[in-house]
Ligand binder design. Structure first.
Ligand SMILES: O=C(O)CCC(=O)C(=O)O
Length: 289
């Protein structure tokens, strides 16, 4: 059963306004490859240079539908032992427990650690062609260490401020960590597709602040070269854990459901929270944001 209202979990962060130009982009990603088989040396070189690679038609319509069904089962509380669905703050006065899973999903922000509870989601996260491509990009056996569903519901889906994913991970800076963001609906510039700043992964770590989220300070964002990454359902974005990226609010009436998997080199050692914060966090220092 879904958790009662009193036990509902909300994601960290608030639906605070942000400057209108924060997610401005100059380009739309247009140099994707068609399917995982098309990832050749040139595409890998482009990933290394730009910090991202778009793979169109990476998953079939059936695989996408299977993943969506899996998310709905989890949201509906149908899976024993699974909990952890995080709602948008805008859901706080909504009787989501009385809603069908189909309705309830439109109040869900995100949830994690689900892939082992659903065959379709598990197969997506362990897709053999995707793993083979990741092995070539990472240069080691890819090891799945994080899975996340990101729903950004129509009208109320909050932004995900600019950040580097590596700022969340206890992993060495030189570990080639790759995120795979898979569109389950069409992701557009209207409903909050990913926006990346190509090449920023080569500039190293940037200090993060706890503001609307664990994020790069808005005034540190240099988005002149930003590229929006619209995707059709089943398309995916492979991206470096050091690339600066974010997503704006979903002010549209359209769903933008996605899953995101993160892979590290199997041989990468774990670091500590202290080591991570020594690199990415300087809240204690004389800095303002
Ligand atoms: O899907 C989104 O809106 C943002 C995903 C993202 O960048 C993240 O969770 O790190």
């Amino acid at each position: 059963m879904a958790a009662p209202a009193a036990e509902r979990i909300y994601d960290y962060g608030e639906a605070a306004p942000y400057a209108p130009g924060l997610y401005h982009y100059n380009h739309i990603a247009a140099d994707g490859v068609e399917g995982f088989d098309a990832i050749d040396e040139q595409a890998i070189a482009r990933f290394d240079q730009q910090g991202y690679l778009v793979v169109n038609n990476a998953f079939t319509g059936q695989e996408v539908q299977g993943a969506l069904n899996g998310l709905l089962r989890l949201i509906g509380g149908e899976v024993e032992d699974f909990n952890g669905v995080m709602y948008e703050h805008a859901a706080s006065n909504q009787p989501v427990e009385d809603m069908s899973p189909e309705q309830r999903q439109d109040y869900v922000r995100k949830f994690m650690w689900f892939e082992k509870y659903d065959d379709h989601l598990h197969q997506m996260a362990h897709h053999p062609k995707m793993l083979a491509a990741l092995e070539r990009i990472i240069g080691d056996t890819p090891f799945l260490f994080q899975d996340m569903a990101l729903l950004k519901p129509p009208h109320i889906g909050r932004e995900k401020p600019w950040h580097q994913d590596h700022a969340y991970f206890e992993l060495p800076l030189n570990a080639r960590v790759v995120g795979v963001w898979i569109a389950l609906d069409e992701a557009t510039t209207e409903n909050g597709c990913m926006i990346v700043i190509p090449g920023t992964h080569r500039q190293g770590p940037v200090v993060h602040f706890k503001r609307r989220d664990w994020q790069i300070c808005d005034t540190d964002v240099k988005n002149q070269g930003a590229t929006a990454v619209p995707l059709k359902p089943g398309g995916c974005l492979l991206f470096s854990s050091l690339i600066h990226h974010g997503t704006p609010t979903n002010n549209s009436g359209l769903r933008r459901r996605a899953v995101q998997f993160h892979y590290r080199p199997a041989s990468a050692p774990k670091t500590s929270v202290e080591e991570r914060l020594a690199i990415f966090g300087e809240e204690g220092k004389d800095v303002t944001c």
